[in-house]
Design a protein around this ligand. Structure first.
Ligand SMILES: [Zn+2]
Length: 492
């Protein structure tokens, strides 16, 4: 295929959107997978600058209201992201170049971040955490640039601040999410605290001594690593696909370890549905399997999107929807019949329940914090608010040196993506209950369930989680269904 540049005759806005997205996602894939030493997303935005001028959204092509709305939202988000891109590049590239001095060797920052949870001695964890904090501090200027530019961009779109812009362009109901996460945090306290204590004691720690550098260790489940070997990962994924009759060949797994590969797994739908990457850096253990299921949810969603669907709905839509499909798969670890196929161990089930509640409670803390952060990222009270919000929900104290506070700007995704995760958990919990009502607890071994999911995935990003909830009678979105799944796993 001949690659055309922007502005070729006959190209429409949608063609441009498609070519731009491919370039950007390919770059994100190559850099995130550690296949390219430095990223240059700003170059791609410069190349496609005419897409993101305010004149672009005032001249939208005619079409159905939903198509026009999605295009307008995409162009406005891109207008801000284009301005932020040079700062994001500088920040990312500095992290990619950064090393940490550990045991007399220079270790790439990303590799050192993975190592933290592997250190059995807490003095070592504390020391390595201190070294990692030096790297976080080294990108302070870039982070300030990212958020100042983001805020300025959302203001020039006519919004009062980043929170108002995120609420309008991504349709998040933040006050409702704040209420629901507060309710969840208080209603799960009585199950969370004992689970945390149990896991801390298993690691030889008193719960009151738990510090932020211990959390990764507690949640890695190193004790069960032998049941989740690296070379068993692909057969594990294939077993799920065989049971549901879903295909393996619709995405490209990238599971190699490379020194600069980002430890945060991701799915890159470069071309939907033809070229979808599932990128994961295996560390050996439960977390690989759990994350791989999550990313495979995204990969199947994009890989099974109908190629004849309007390209706008193959690309653009509600992020909670694709996150929701990803959670439907990773929540299988709360399903007793599914877990028994990997490991028959009561302790392990309690560990998985802890990891799930911890994650939700962490996001409850994050949304409370971010609802303030996105109002004004220069507010001087944010550093301490970040630490307090997370400590309140996770019950884990910051490190002695106060380095945790240095993450107050980096532990935040643009456009309040935290809200998308929370909506997705609500949807996935309710949808899992639907799958179980229709095909039983062992829905994951039923071809009819696979066919049902494949049919929904073929609609790409067209529906919203609210519409699907309505269509299948799932009720108003809340964290209650997920809470019920956790309690069932615990035999509560
Ligand atoms: Zn995801």
């Amino acid at each position: 295929m001949v690659r055309r540049g922007p502005g070729s005759e006959g190209d429409t806005l949608v063609d441009h959107l498609e070519s731009f997205s491919q370039e950007l996602l390919r770059e994100a894939y190559l850099v995130g997978a550690g296949r390219k030493a430095r990223g240059d997303e700003a170059r791609i935005y410069r190349r496609w600058r005419t897409l993101f001028l305010p004149s672009a959204w005032s001249r939208l092509p005619s079409g159905p209201p939903r198509t026009r709305a999605r295009l307008e939202e995409f162009l406005k988000v891109g207008y801000v992201d284009r301005a932020v891109a040079p700062w994001q590049d500088r920040r990312r590239n500095r992290l990619l170049r950064s090393t940490v001095l550990w045991e007399g060797r220079k270790v790439p920052f990303f590799s050192a971040s993975v190592q933290l949870a592997e250190l059995p001695r807490r003095e070592d964890r504390r020391a390595l955490y201190g070294e990692l904090a030096k790297v976080w501090r080294s990108v302070a200027e870039e982070e300030e640039g990212v958020w100042a530019t983001f805020q300025e961009g959302t203001r020039s779109l006519g919004f009062s601040d980043g929170r108002a812009a995120s609420e309008a362009l991504f349709h998040y109901g933040i006050p409702r999410l704040l209420r629901e996460t507060r309710r969840f945090a208080s209603s799960t306290l009585s199950i969370y605290a004992p689970l945390l204590r149990e896991r801390a004691e298993a690691e030889g720690l008193a719960p009151k001594d738990l510090r932020t550098y211990d959390a990764g260790r507690l949640l890695r489940g190193m004790g069960w690593s032998a049941s989740f070997p690296k070379d068993g990962l692909v057969p594990f994924l294939r077993r799920f696909l065989r049971g549901t009759g879903l295909p393996w060949g619709v995405f490209r797994p990238d599971l190699e370890v490379r020194p600069r590969k980002n430890p945060r797994a991701f799915c890159a739908p470069v071309r939907v549905p033809e070229e979808v990457y599932l990128v994961l850096r295996p560390t050996g253990g439960y977390e690989d399997y759990h994350t791989a299921l999550h990313e495979m949810g995204h990969a199947l969603h994009f890989g099974l999107t109908d190629p004849a669907l309007d390209p706008v709905f193959r690309r653009l839509g509600d992020a909670s929807l694709t996150e929701g499909w990803a959670f439907v798969l990773d929540l299988l670890f709360l399903n007793p019949s599914f877990v028994r196929t990997s490991l028959h161990d009561r302790e392990f089930v309690r560990f998985v329940a802890l990891a799930q509640i911890w994650m939700l409670r962490r996001y409850a803390g994050k949304i409370a914090y971010e609802s303030r952060f996105f109002r004004d990222p220069t507010d001087p009270s944010l550093r301490s608010l970040y630490v307090r919000s997370l400590q309140r929900t996770t019950l884990v104290r910051p490190d002695e040196e106060g380095s945790m506070a240095d993450r107050w700007r980096s532990d935040v995704d643009p456009w309040m993506y935290t809200a998308a995760y929370l909506c997705a958990w609500m949807f996935a919990g309710a949808f899992t209950e639907l799958l179980e009502r229709r095909w039983g607890e062992r829905w994951w071994s039923r071809r009819e369930a696979g066919a049902f999911l494949a049919r929904l995935w073929s609609h790409g990003l067209h529906p919203t989680v609210e519409e699907l909830s309505e269509e299948f009678g799932l009720g108003a979105l809340s964290l209650l269904p997920l809470e019920r799944l956790v309690r069932r796993a615990l035999g509560d």
